[in-house]
Design a protein around this ligand. Structure first.
Ligand SMILES: CC(C)(COP(=O)(O)OP(=O)(O)OC[C@H]1O[C@@H](n2cnc3c(N)ncnc32)[C@H](O)[C@@H]1OP(=O)(O)O)[C@@H](O)C(=O)NCCC(=O)NCCS
Length: 165
């Protein structure tokens, strides 16, 4: 049976590492952003499905900011964890750091928030366990996820209202 509540650490991914080679680069010689986005979607999906124990789909991505480039010879380190769950949806926060393969110098290159929706056997949204934040950082992310959800809803309503006028 599906538990009513789950901790963040039960689904977290701490250091998925990807080595950048020449075929990962764009025409600027830096890593192709789509490669990072696709990898993140897969990682966040794994977390959503670990948490919900069912099939999940990507519903939206918020605040995807590319902060710095990474290039050939760097390693990309992906970290992701569930921030909060509501009825059927879950927010997964992701962070990517580049690490120079030899010097080990680290640079934060991207952060974003993915929302996944869990689907039941009927392919309709289905209930997911609540997230129990434990550390101070998990509690901060839990609170901020609610702000982002409210912001998403408010923007949607404002856009609908502006189209009706
Ligand atoms: C995501 C999807 C399942 C939502 O279905 P829906 O019938 O609109 O669902 P509802 O309106 O009942 O909302 C269900 C939940 O999804 C959330 N949701 C729906 N659209 C959302 C969006 N764009 N962003 C964030 N959350 C969203 C709702 O807030 C709600 O959350 P809650 O249950 O935790 O309160 C549906 O829009 C879908 O199938 N989208 C395509 C997903 C897909 O194919 N992804 C892969 C991309 S290639």
């Amino acid at each position: 049976m599906l538990p009513r509540k789950k901790s963040v650490k039960e689904s977290r991914i701490e250091d998925y590492t990807y080595r950048i080679f020449s075929n990962d680069l764009n025409s600027q010689g830096t890593v192709f952003g789509g490669l990072i986005m696709s990898t993140l979607d897969r990682i966040a999906l794994v977390i959503a499905e670990r948490h919900s124990q069912t099939v999940c789909v990507t519903a939206s991505v918020d605040s995807m900011h590319f902060l710095a480039p990474a290039g050939k010879g760097d390693n990309l380190i992906f970290q992701a964890s569930i921030n909060r769950a509501w009825k059927s949806s879950m927010e997964i926060g992701v962070k990517v750091t580049s690490e120079h393969a030899h010097s080990g110098e680290k640079t934060h290159i991207l952060s974003a928030y993915f929302t996944f929706v869990a689907l039941g056997k009927d392919k309709k949204p289905t209930k997911v366990p609540e997230v129990v934040p434990e550390s101070a950082e998990e509690k901060r992310r839990f609170a901020e996820a609610e702000l982002r959800r409210e912001h998403r809803k408010r923007i949607k309503e404002e856009i609908h209202a502006s189209r009706d006028n």
